[in-house]
Design a protein around this ligand. Structure first.
Ligand SMILES: *Cc1c(COP(=O)(O)O)cnc(C)c1O
Length: 226
């Protein structure tokens, strides 16, 4: 059943991607936060390999249950400093949500001690919403460069943003464009990943240059085609 969902999402991404540029490649992270390992396994069997969680304990538990599968795990939640050890013990390969200088410095300290590196994205609160974490657009560039310099074990490689929480497409568009502009400015600093777009707005995000979309409900919803 989930294969229909995945096929539909891939077809829609393909259309949006080609409209943006034939050379543009978009990767899907299946956000499995509300779903059990059996559903993750089902989506894996359809060909999906990358999954994202927003709680450290869920990422740990699910990745342990599925450790025999060649999955890639991303962390997309707001990281608290008391969860850093647990996160670094898990098989996480990308953290989307560096939301403060202090969390970056704490990760760096732990990574250095363990002689590890971890790829990460800086989260931009591009709609300036109280309910969201992340750097405001006017401090994002400066903080990105500061973290690059101070945190060599944290491999900062792009930006993540959640589109404006609004029914108004123009507000969502504005928030994506702000992040896109910052991303373009950071490309000379090695930024490669622009993580933008969820079930409700991924096509719009791809039109603004997103190359990593985080899709939850559209992929996992049962019975959409019954
Ligand atoms: C839940 C979540 C998503 C996926 O949302 P859907 O609307 O279900 O696709 C994407 N990004 C983050 C950070 C999330 O927490």
């Amino acid at each position: 059943m989930l294969s229909r969902n995945l096929q539909e999402v891939i077809a829609r991404i393909e259309k949006a991607r080609i409209a943006y540029s034939r050379h543009h490649i978009v990767k899907i992270v299946a956000i499995s936060k509300y779903h059990q390992v059996e559903e993750i396994r089902e989506l894996y069997e359809c060909g999906q390999r990358t999954f994202g969680e927003n709680k450290v304990q869920d990422l740990k538990a699910k990745s342990e249950d599925l450790e025999n599968l060649p999955l890639e795990w991303h962390f997309v939640g707001t990281l608290q400093s008391n969860k850093i050890n647990a996160l670094l013990c898990s098989p996480v390969s990308l953290i989307h949500s560096i939301h403060s200088l202090s969390i970056a410095l704490e990760l760096e300290k732990r990574l250095e001690r363990e002689k590890k590196t971890l790829k990460a994205l800086l989260q931009v609160n591009s709609a300036n919403e109280q309910s969201k974490s992340g750097f405001s657009p006017n401090e994002a560039l400066e903080k990105y460069i500061e973290i690059l310099e101070k945190c060599p074990h944290l491999k900062l490689c792009g930006l993540m943003s959640i589109g404006a929480h609004s029914e108004q497409r123009s507000l969502v568009q504005k928030s994506f464009e702000i992040t896109q502009r910052l991303f373009e400015e950071l490309k000379p600093k090695g930024a490669e990943i622009l993580s933008m777009g969820m079930s409700g707005d991924f096509e719009q995000a791809i039109a603004c240059g997103s190359n990593l979309v985080r899709i939850g409900s559209l992929l996992f919803q049962k019975g959409r085609f019954l």
